[in-house]
Design a protein around this ligand. Sequence first.
Ligand code: F6P
Length: 546
Amino acid sequence: MTSKNNQLTSKQAWKALAANQKNGIPHLRDLFTKDPKRGEKMTLEAAGLFLDYSKNRITDETFRLLLNLATESGLKDHIDAMFNGEKINITENRSVLHVALRAPKNASIIVDGVNVVPQVHEVLEKMTDFADRLRSGSWKGYSGKRIRNIINIGIGGSDLGPVMAYEALKYYCDRSLTFRFVSNIDGTDFAEAVIDLNSEETLFIVSSKTFTTIETMTNALTARDWLLKAFKGDDKAIAKHFVAVSTNAALVEKFGIDTANMFGFWDWVGGRYSMDSAIGLATMLAIGPRNFRAMLDGFHQMDEHFRTAPFESNLPVIMGLLGIWNTNFYGAETVAVLPYEQYLKRFPAYLQQLTMESNGKHVTLDGVEVDYQTSPIYWGEPGTNGQHSFYQLIHQGTRLIPCDFIAFAEPLNNIGRHHDILMANVFAQAEALAFGKTPEQVRSEGVPEWLAPHKVFEGNRPSNTIMAQKLTPEVLGKLVALYEHIVFTQGAIWNIGSFDQWGVELGKVLAQRIIPELESKTEPEPRHDTSTNNLIRRYRKQRRSE
Ligand code: F6P
């Protein structure tokens, strides 16, 4: 590896930001006192989402310098390169065109001389036709029974998007259908998913971009065995109970799935950017084609906003820059994503792959080691549950944890006082984090001196609040696209390859070496380090003596 990269840190805007931070940004309490309009000024409404970013440790000058950083990093050219289908995934020589998945029919996006938009719509039509047949009951299982259970088998991007979207949009789902998602190689995942299901009424969607992923292929084979047991080994049943979503027609066919029942996508769709491709088939079956199209429309609205809005009023650009400010200038290690919407319970898990598999990189696009931090760790839980578990650390711990609060004006389940109380909590948390409680305030409440330090909240803890009217398929599309483009903005500025994932390979290769050592009937001679050798021997012994 060549020496450290200093291209980013020697940029004028970067140096100016470092100086701005070093000179001292006043406490949020003072920033709000000095500028009575701050809470209204540092907000933005675009594509139906509202962002309040006033509770970040920034001045007007910081904001201006952050925008300069985006400009000096050539962000506009990067955005155009992606939308124009240039091969910006350089280590895999691929275009990065998840934006084409939600482009309207009349759009044109050229890859290798071919407009890919008609192909996208052709697959959408095929998915729609299948979804209509399945939802209406005209697609039947091999014994003539209606399909009532759908199991998506996939992992990573072929699982997290479908699960998250299913949970997020459950309100809109056909409740006469049961959906399950099997991802883990741990047999428990499959066993529990089918435990109460009738195989004659069950359809498997095998979702895998490559159709080689060991977890998915092993689960798919187990599913085939489970199904065929009910049909006494008659493999003609497979055509009625298995469909595939993949870019690899040859391997789909080899597995025994009729390619007529295969829904394709393309190598220019990254796994973690694929929930709106055919990988979203389970989502479409659950919410119906019309709602799925509304979700795509939401994605597209955010794409257009990102592509065309000036940086100072561009939601993903602003949130991306604020993330860089917190990560690189304040040393924040993580970002907490805190949806105040129970249906978004899997949203933080979904974002973990999107953000960390994309920007968890240690070299620049030129292969030079970075001398700055890249992706922070994303995590989170829905509010208000998190308040009664880890918020203590966010409020009074020693670490700086920037938070993204996500909230909706209208509840989907409008029951009594619940929603007002929920919303009061999200607003209160952001307020408490920013303004805290001073020692003087604590003492003025008559708290004894020895107890006062424990009750002080230093405040000055940054957060964004994102609000939308209510959680709909369209809004979910906007939210996901917002984070996709935040990741893009940060990756472009950090000058890293956001669209490959070489970091997952080594473990996969080593596991392939170890599998035969665990399965071997005769005692193997493992040739790893002494720790791994010892663990392998111990496992073999314990497994045998079960
Ligand atoms: O192991 C990481 C990964 O390659 C992800 O990027 C991808 O989403 C996941 O595995 C699943 O891959 P596939 O869809 O090819 O089975």
